[in-house]
Design a protein around this ligand. Sequence first.
Ligand code: ADP
Length: 605
Amino acid sequence: MSIKGFDERLARERRARLQAERLLAQRSEELYSANKKLAEHAHALSHTVIAQREENAALIGRSTRTQAALEVATEKAVIAERRLWDALSAVEDGFAIFDRDWRLVVANPAWMGAFDGVVDVAPGASYEAILRIAVEEGLIDLQGEDADDWVDRMIARWEGASIAQTDIRLFNGIYVRLIDKRTPQGDMVSLSLDITDTIRREGELERARDRAEAATRAKSAFLANMSHEIRTPMNGVVAMAGLMREMNLTEDQRLYAETIQNSGEALLAIINDILDYSKIDAGKMILHEESFDLRHLIDEIFRLMRPGLEGKDLRLILDYDMFLPARLIGDPGRVRQILTNLIGNAVKFTESGHVTVRAVGVPDPKQPALLPVRIVVEDTGIGIAPEMQSHIFGEFNQVEAQATRRFDGTGLGLAITRQLVALMGGEIWLESRLGVGSSFGLSLVFGCDPAGLVETAPAIALAAPPKRMLHVLAAEDNKTNQLVFRAMLKSIDLHLELVENGALCLESYHRARPDLILTDISMPEMDGLALARAVRAHEGEFYLPRLPIIAMTAHAMESDRTRILAAGIDECLTKPLDKTQLLAAIGRYAPPEGAMVAGLRVASG
Ligand code: ADP
């Protein structure tokens, strides 16, 4: 090989070596950078692994704690359930749970015990099956109810939205109260409580209350009898004092007689109150319904009140609904008593102004046979303080304290009024302002008297009362006297009812009140005096207006006259009778409308 060839070869190899060295350096650089990246990645990865490991360790710790807590909770739940069940097992009351299909889920021993070990009563049994078992095994005292009806009733009870508690009696006399509640999930929780003791105590209380009420009634009845017995001699005292005042007396004697009469009358008023109150309390007050004229009745009360107006600047006003029928059906005696008390109080507690009575009919088209009536007694008197208003309808209550009392009264008036109104099925209320006045309202329901459905035309009606036949009831035992009597009244157009003694006369009087009674004094069975006393007592008791009684007697002595008048007789005619005197006496006492028909001279004034 030439040198030139050799150099060229060397240069070629050098170039190749240089190129290889450059390539190596480049590869080394690449390898280094890859290595560096790998190292960085490994570093990052090791960080992640460490974090993950730490997290895992934390999780493992937490899970261990949770596991421990779960164990504790489970243990507690088991204890709680056991305690609850122990408690439910220990109680004497029955407890059971039914599912939404009304099948027994669980029941405590007390509940199960009621079924006395019947095997079919067990979890899974249906409510209806259990009810039927209870009936068939004779566990329930059905107290006359049909078994199927009872089961149906008990099922229907559970079907309702809210289940009312119910009491049942078991065969052994034990009373059980069933209380059932539906849970939001639809289960039924059923409690059965033994209420035998409660029922027994209630029974004892009821019997004690009945005994107490019977005792009160007996006391009231005794009080009623006593008052009645006291009233009869008191009537005598008052009547005799009245007669005495008409005698020729010195001024002192007249004063004494007046005092006896006034005190007697005051005492009679009190006795009447006590009598009424105890009668109502004893349940002995009976209403006597009849047709009556309410307007006329109020007019009469106004007339009675006149003496109370003396010395006062007080007007009595009646505002009577012109569409209110003239005649109503009710107990006029008791209506009179109620209104006399309210109007009497209004007059008593009012010095000036007015006492107005308003009566309005409030017909109900659905009940045309009944007529609700509203009566208001309004005054411009002293009024009643608000705090006293609820008390005054109570017994023995008066607004003023005993020491400062200015007004008389038993404090029973409004209590009786309230009771009478209640007895009539009505209501009473009060509105009052101290120093301004009071207004007592009444709502009562009366019957409509078809005969009196005419509207009242007040002014004309008062001026010209409707004519009607006079009804005279006479008692005379002697046949000849009867003949004479009939003959004397023959020419007169009246309805004469002649009976043979006082007892028959009293019977007729009760059957249909006449306009006038004429009576002999000495008669068998009941004499004229006893008859008059009985009539007056009845009037007093039922607040009836005084019926004129004329005696016909051969006893002409002054002392007899006194005795006769003291018995409540208005006038005494001496036998043998004189026709003119007889007719004049009838004319004097007969109501004008009847006297006119009879052709008698009407008494003036
Ligand atoms: P009394 O028979 O004593 O009057 P009441 O029961 O009738 O009893 O009345 C009870 C009390 O109610 C009266 O004593 C009086 O204080 C009060 N009172 C009743 N009516 C009125 C009235 N119209 N104005 C003021 N006070 C009245």
